[in-house]
Design a protein around this ligand. Structure first.
Ligand code: SF4
Ligand code: SF4
Length: 367
């Protein structure tokens, strides 16, 4: 079974700063873990370490609160651990999830729960690794959500690619009859939230309201329900042809990539965040790894020449949402804008294009 490696020793943690938010601490204040640093009433920024708030810094044009980690993880008040995570009332559960940003834009009367164990980005191994390492915690949490929120239908989706993961779930699901395991052959584009929801639900139950969580969300929710503190870590796939093998690492949210690369002694590199196809390349290792980062690919640099379109039609044939990437690239009119709105930024069109046209780059420019 793939083990998860820890990198939790970053001296400085960077948490998002937003100008319009109320800020509850000032520079040089001592911050406890789980202290609410800033909020706009709907979004809450908590500290995930204890230490000194040094101030606000700009990294890659984004602003962050910088906390000097004292590695004590001190809490302002001691919190007990809840043994039975299914013993919350519906109201208490929703309030707790809202408090930690895990129940945003969700209809409280939703009756369908979709849990995705399918990565959005190709070659990521995070979700199957989490399923294998935390099977009981994940299934118990899904079961508790079904029970407390009175969910009528729960789909748990994975791909058949990782057979060990499939076997583990089949061996454990007997005790969770309300969880409907859905297996998919392909693991690409099906990991996109909207494509997956579309595949799993019909018109009728779409009207119910749908709650969608990934496996990482479920693990965060498990920790929230057990400990009533902010989820402080993120699980990321570290991969690429400069590494011997792919691994899943556990890091504190807000770690600087540069610290991680130094820890693994990685120097020359070409780094992609969130997949080689639909991710983006970074030019500066001072990049903050927040919750939106799912994978880091470290590769030797490859350069391609681009050529004129040869009208082969491969991009259109491959597009999972049935739009014409070539049209989107070469036009700027109502139709191309409609295509842009439908595009899920998967990158397949670019991958298959024999002329190596930067179709996704144009998509990003137009956005
Ligand atoms: S246009 Fe390209 S990037 Fe967009 S959904 Fe289609 S294949 Fe994916
Ligand atoms: S795949 Fe590339 S070369 Fe072929 S039609 Fe699309 S843009 Fe043109």
């Amino acid at each position: 079974m793939n083990k998860i490696e820890d990198f939790l020793t970053s001296d400085y943690i960077y948490l998002p700063y937003k100008k319009e938010y109320n800020i509850f601490y000032k520079d040089k204040d001592y911050i406890y873990k789980n202290d609410l640093i800033a909020s706009n009433g709907e979004d809450f920024i908590y500290s995930n370490v204890s230490g000194i708030l040094l101030g606000i810094a700009t990294v890659n044009n984004n602003k962050y609160f910088v906390i000097e980690n004292d590695f004590k993880d001190k809490l302002r008040e001691k919190k007990g651990t809840k043994r039975n995570i299914n013993k919350y009332s519906k109201e208490d559960l929703i309030n707790l999830l809202k408090k930690y940003n895990k129940f945003k834009d969700i209809d409280t009367n939703s009756k369908v729960l979709i849990v995705s164990g399918i990565s959005e980005y190709i070659d990521e191994i995070t979700y199957p690794t989490l399923i294998k390492n935390y099977t009981t915690e994940i299934l118990d949490t899904i079961d508790a959500l079904i029970e407390i929120l009175n969910i009528k239908k729960c789909f748990f989706s994975i791909t058949t690619k990782d057979q060990e993961c499939v076997n583990i779930l089949f061996n454990n699901l007997g005790t969770y009859p309300k969880i409907d395991l859905k297996l998919f052959n392909s693991n690409y584009s099906i990991g996109n939230k909207y494509i997956l929801i579309d595949k799993l639900t019909n018109y009728k139950n779409k009207n119910y309201g749908i709650i969608y969580y990934t496996i990482s969300d479920i693990l965060d929710i498990y920790n929230i329900l057990r400990k009533n503190i902010v989820p402080s870590v993120n699980y990321i796939t570290l991969s690429g042809n400069l590494l011997k093998y792919s691994k899943v690492i556990r890091i504190k949210n807000g770690t600087n990539l540069d610290d991680l690369l130094k820890y693994y002694n990685i120097k020359e590199n070409s780094i992609f965040i969130n997949g080689l196809l639909n991710g983006f390349k970074i030019n500066n290792n001072n990049f903050i790894l927040d919750k939106n980062v799912k994978s880091i690919f470290i590769n030797t640099e490859k350069k391609y020449n681009t050529y004129d379109c040869i009208n082969c039609g491969l991009c259109k044939k491959s597009c999972p949402v049935n739009i014409n990437p070539k049209y989107m690239y070469f036009h700027n009119n109502k139709k191309s804008k409609e295509y842009k709105m439908k595009c899920v930024n998967c990158g397949i069109c670019e991958f298959v294009c024999p002329s190596k046209i930067d179709l996704r780059g144009v998509y990003n420019d137009k956005k």
